[in-house]
Design a protein around this ligand. Structure first.
Ligand SMILES: [Zn+2]
Length: 104
């Protein structure tokens, strides 16, 4: 087995959730579970690869990237697409346990 990439949840803002940013800038945001560094990467996967799962539009295949801080391989999965503040809040409630556990 090869060294496995660490998995982390990614978020892709779109629609009203992305109003405050450049519309050309379609990025996936994630937090490195290894060092806690917040990173972004260009969203590679077409929106048609995203499917409605568990109340969110998600890409369950995910994307591979490398943390710019600690250089660990990361697998950003699932990538959750969020359209507005409501979804953002709902996402944070549902995934807060998986988002590095910083609050513990
Ligand atoms: Zn890192």
């Amino acid at each position: 087995m090869n060294r496995q990439a660490i998995e982390t949840v990614g978020v892709r803002f779109t629609g009203r959730a992305a109003l405050d940013r450049d519309p050309q800038e379609d990025r996936v945001e994630f937090t490195c579970p290894h060092c806690g560094h917040r990173g972004t990467k260009g969203a590679r996967r077409a929106r048609t690869r995203y499917h409605f799962t568990d109340g969110f539009v998600q890409d369950l295949q995910g994307e591979l990237t490398t943390c710019r801080n600690c250089r660990n391989s990361l697998r950003v999965v699932p990538v959750v697409m969020l359209h507005d503040e409501n979804e953002k809040r709902r996402f944070q409630a549902v995934f807060s346990g998986e988002l590095t556990g910083v609050n513990n």
